[in-house]
Design a protein around this ligand. Structure first.
Ligand SMILES: Nc1ncnc2c1ncn2[C@@H]1O[C@H](COP(=O)(O)OP(=O)(O)OP(=O)(O)O)[C@@H](O)[C@H]1O
Ligand SMILES: [Mg+2]
Length: 257
């Protein structure tokens, strides 16, 4: 569904993505795993039209996105849930949700989408009149995902939805993402720093190191801790025998709730 070839993206004189190629299959969850500064957010921003690639191509169902505006890309059914949630704190939950629908104009049935969002996130229904800035971190994350769902997307781009959430809440948010993928047939591209979480959720994963894909595979093949660990820690600047960073310890050993 998403086909990226030889993508080069940079800011000023720096090159962040250096000829990145990858694909995300329709109806699947694909994850991009990488450490701080690897270029994960830059990749999602390039797909959603917020930064222009210098070279390469991004195609979604055959449509080329590189020259499209963010608005045109949203209208194609591609919605980005940005890093750090970025809800509008002075607006209520319901008003934040409305903005998600307004982004695509008359294309969506707002009432129907809101009902769908409230089915998946009943907490948002209870708090629809509350200012978004006073929601807890987890509730804000749910609102950020809910706002994207208001646009009735086919593709959801998720930037580190686990950040700042307690493990139990992360499991809850991830369970909902999987349900959306299965029941609403959403194609999901998930960016994560935590490889254990990403592999647990995704059907297929890519490891991004310094703007390039260093490894890829299904959870089964990537389960081999050594593979991900070597790429991941290599990118983080550790030596071979350096202590593993906490995110990598326990890879493949799923934590219970
Ligand atoms: N607007 C910008 N101007 C200049 N440099 C930028 C800009 N945005 C990102 N960068 C740089 O690009 C590189 C990749 O950043 P990016 O945000 O894509 O990384 P990331 O993989 O999402 O990291 P994190 O896990 O910390 O969110 C970093 O070195 C960053 O400093
Ligand atoms: Mg990022």
């Amino acid at each position: 569904m998403i086909q990226i070839e030889e993508l080069e993206v940079g800011y000023g004189r720096s090159v962040v993505l250096q000829g990145l190629s990858m694909a995300a299959e329709e109806g699947r969850i694909t994850s991009i795993i990488g450490s701080n500064g690897a270029g994960k957010t830059t990749l999602l921003r390039a797909i959603s039209g917020m930064v222009r690639p210098r070279r390469g191509s991004i195609a979604v169902r055959g449509a080329r996105l590189e020259r499209m505006s963010p608005r045109e890309i949203v209208r194609l059914g591609i919605c980005h849930v940005p890093e750090g949630r970025q809800v509008f704190p002075e607006l209520t939950v319901a008003e934040n949700l409305r903005l998600g629908a307004i982004a695509v104009g008359s294309k969506v049935d707002e009432a129907r989408q809101q009902a769908l969002v409230f089915t998946y996130f009943p907490r948002l229904a209870e708090r629809r009149g509350q200012l978004a800035g006073t929601l807890s971190g987890g509730e804000q994350q749910m609102l950020a995902v809910g706002r994207a769902l208001m646009a009735a997307p086919d593709v959801l781009l998720l930037d580190e939805p686990s950040t700042g959430l307690a493990p139990k809440l992360v499991q809850q948010v991830f369970r909902i993402i999987r349900e959306l993928n299965r029941r609403e047939k959403l194609t999901v591209l998930l960016v994560e720093q935590n490889p254990r979480l990403a592999l647990q959720l995704a059907d297929y994963s890519y490891v991004l190191v310094n703007g390039r894909i260093a490894a890829s595979g299904s959870a089964d093949t990537m389960e081999s801790e050594a593979i991900v660990r070597s790429f991941y820690l290599g990118s983080a600047g550790h030596g071979g025998d350096a202590p593993a960073c906490p995110a990598v310890v326990g890879l493949g050993k799923e934590q219970g709730d």
